[in-house]
Write a protein that binds this ligand. Structure first.
Ligand SMILES: [Zn+2]
Length: 91
């Protein structure tokens, strides 16, 4: 089954501005790291936002059977732009 490309699906999406690890507020122009999971029916869902100090470039402990990605993006006025994939659990 083919899934939409996560960067195409999430680029430009609205996001909160508080790092999920250190609670720092990110500002427009700051690089951020995003973690997302694909759900059948819902598509790609963003689940974590990390500031530049906290972001991991790899998934780390994978969730069994889940299609997960780590993405780098820039926070811009409540949206995520310039997104690139840095790690994905499914090839
Ligand atoms: Zn942080």
């Amino acid at each position: 089954m083919s899934r939409p490309n996560p960067t195409a699906a999430l680029n430009g999406s609205q996001t909160g501005r508080i790092c999920d690890r250190c609670n720092k507020h990110v500002r427009t122009g700051d690089p951020v790291t995003v973690y997302a999971t694909h759900y059948d029916g819902d598509g790609w869902v963003m689940r974590r936002l990390w500031c530049d100090d906290c972001g991991d470039s790899t998934i780390g402990t994978e969730t069994d059977g889940a299609d997960e990605v780590v993405l780098e993006a820039v926070y811009w006025s409540g949206r995520l732009v310039g997104m690139t994939t840095t790690d994905r659990s499914w090839p």
